[in-house]
Design a protein. Sequence first.
Length: 270
Amino acid sequence: MTEVIIVKNQEEAGQIYGRAVADLIKAKPDAVLGLATGSSPLAAYQALAKIVKDESIDVSQVRGFALDEYLGLPLEHPQSYHSTIHRTVVEPLGLDPEKVHVPGDILNGAPLEDGDKIALAGPAYDRAIEAAGGIDVQILGIGTDGHIGFNEPGSSLASGTRVKTLAEQTRIDNARFFDDDINQVPTHCITQGIGTVLKARHLVLLAFGSGKAEAIEETVEGGVSAFCPASALQLHPHATIIIDEEAASRLRHKDYYRYAFAHKPAWQGI
Ligand code: GLP
């Protein structure tokens, strides 16, 4: 079963992620972290940064691969995921920027029309992840429509990294980062595919607030369906979903998830 952990708040969720990843880095100093943008993972990155500092953990060898990027934004644009990942993860954790990759890095704002360049970027990114030995822990947020990365409803559950068209709802949701102006939100993106995400050895999905309750219900207790891309986590042998009470509010088996986590042997970790 996908493990569901219901927490009080984002800080508690962040602590669980931070501890797991810190222990991973201690055991494997060149661990490969799958990184995500959005507000949901922020407390998790902060918790990890604090543990890294408090326990003087050497992160100089840690490698990272982000999930996705807008198409058409130059890397230095403040809302490009390249900039966002550097601001929210690379700097606070003190990672080596050379070792952290974002899918649009080799495109650097190339327009959608530049098909030759753009069509090659996805497969090249998947090859780079494979060459690094695969992702050890992939952190994920979830869109209100159930998307992970930028895999919108209908995305192939076997997809690799590729260009996608953003859903209108996603552009509306993300307009808050673009002066509340949907016209400034790019229409296309490059995203790790669902098949790419499923290859990571451990998936940790974080969701908070009532706005995510429906997507979480479909993800955890609905059928596996491309209509809810996050439901693909049900196919993964090691997926952990950490959510607050509001995001969990529509789950039918909440009591069981709580009971199972409370009785989990400590040695199992998450
Ligand atoms: C964007 C990102 C996703 C993220 C989602 C939810 O669409 N591409 O990776 O999960 O936003 O963001 P938030 O966590 O801010 O709700």
